[in-house]
Design a protein around this ligand. Structure first.
Ligand code: NAP
Length: 265
C-alpha cells in the first residue's frame, strides 16, 4: 500500500521515542511521510528526529508533552499551528503490574488518561479533520490483555479493551467515509519498557516474543482491511484457544496465573 497516496503526507506518532512507537516512526519515514514525534523525553525524540531526517530526507519534528495531562491534545493542536494530521498512531501507554489495591489512586487516573482519555481526544480532534478531507487513518495500540479479565494488570487491561472497542466502533462509523481506523492488539513485544519489567518465561508454550518491527509491519498489512487484529501467529493461536475454546472463567484464570508467574507476584 502507498501510504502517501492513500492517506496523505503527515503522520503523528504519540509515544514515539522508543519501542513500538519508534518502529512506527521508522516505517512511516521509510514510506516517505513527514512525522511529528511525541513523548515526554526530549533527548531520544531529538535523536530519532535527526536520524530519520538524515536517512529519509523527510521533515520530522517533535513535541515534548506528557500525555497524562488532560490538556495534552489541545497543547499538541496548538503546537501543530494549523498543520493537519493525515495518519495518527496512538502508541503510548502507562501500565501497572501488581495487585489493584496496592496501586495509588493517582496512578490509576494517570493510566486511564494516557491510555484512554488522550487517545479518545486525539481520535476526536484529528478524526474530525480527516472526515472533512475524506482521507486519513488512525491506529490505536491495544493488547491481548484487553480480551478478558487480566488479574494483576486490571486497569491497564481495561484501558486496552477500551481502545479496541473504540477503534472497532469508529472503523464501522467511518468505513464509508474513507477514514480507516484500526486497533493493533499486540502480545509480548521486546520493547525497552517490556524488557524493564523483567518478565520470567511463563511456560514452554508461551507465544514467541515479537520485535517492534514485526508488529508494525503487520499493522500496515491489515490497515484499511480490519477493524482490529492480533499480531503474530503465536498470539493469534493463543487468543483463539482462550476466546473460542475455553470458558471465560478458565481464560481469566489462565491469564491471571500466567501474569502471577511471570512477575513473581
Ligand atoms: N511491549 C509489549 O509487550 C506490549 C504488549 C501489548 C501491547 N503493547 C502496547 O504497545 C504500545 C507500546 O508499548 P511499548 O512497550 O513500546 O512501550 P510504552 O511504554 O507503552 O510506550 C513507550 C513510548 O511512549 C512514550 N510515553 C509513555 N508514557 C508517556 C506519557 N505519559 N506521555 C508521553 N509519552 C509517553 C515513551 O516515551 P517517554 O518515556 O519519553 O514519554 C515511549 O516513547 C502500548 O500501547 C502498549 O500497551 C505493548
Amino acid at each position: 500500500m502507498n501510504l502517501l497516496e492513500k492517506y496523505g503526507k503527515l503522520a503523528l506518532v504519540a509515544g514515539a521515542s522508543e519501542g513500538i512507537g519508534a518502529a512506527f516512526a521508522n516505517y512511516l519515514a521509510a514510506a516517505g511521510m513527514d512525522i511529528i514525534l511525541i513523548a515526554r523525553r526530549k533527548e531520544p525524540l531529538q535523536q530519532l528526529a535527526v536520524l530519520l531526517t538524515t536517512q529519509y530526507k523527510i521533515q520530522v519534528t517533535y513535541i515534548s508533552c506528557d500525555l497524562a495531562d488532560p490538556g495534552a491534545t489541545q497543547y499538541i493542536l496548538n503546537e501543530l499551528n494549523g498543520k493537519e494530521v493525515d495518519l495518527l498512531v496512538y502508541n503510548a501507554a502507562l501500565s501497572y503490574i501488581g495487585e489493584f489495591e496496592k496501586n495509588t489512586a493517582e496512578n490509576n487516573i494517570q493510566m486511564t488518561t494516557v491510555n484512554m482519555i488522550t487517545p479518545m481526544n486525539m481520535a476526536y480532534t484529528f478524526g474530525e479533520k480527516m472526515l472533512q478531507k475524506k482521507q486519513g487513518a488512525i491506529i490505536l495500540m491495544a493488547s491481548l490483555a484487553g480480551f478478558q479479565g487480566s488479574g494483576f494488570l486490571s486497569v491497564y487491561a481495561a484501558t486496552k479493551a477500551f481502545n479496541r472497542v473504540l477503534a472497532e466502533s469508529l472503523w464501522y462509523e467511518w468505513k464509508n467515509k474513507n477514514v480507516d481506523v484500526m486497533a493493533c492488539c499486540a502480545g509480548a513485544t521486546a520493547t525497552p519498557n517490556f524488557i524493564n519489567t523483567k518478565p520470567e518465561k511463563s511456560s514452554f508454550f508461551a507465544p514467541k516474543i515479537q520485535t517492534p518491527e514485526e508488529v508494525v509491519a503487520e499493522c500496515f498489512i491489515k490497515l484499511g482491511k480490519q477493524p482490529s487484529f492480533i499480531t503474530g501467529f503465536g498470539n493469534k493461536l493463543a487468543s483463539f484457544i482462550m476466546q473460542k475454546l475455553l470458558s471465560r472463567k478458565i481464560a481469566i484464570n489462565i491469564m491471571g496465573d500466567t501474569t502471577r508467574k511471570m512477575y513473581r507476584i
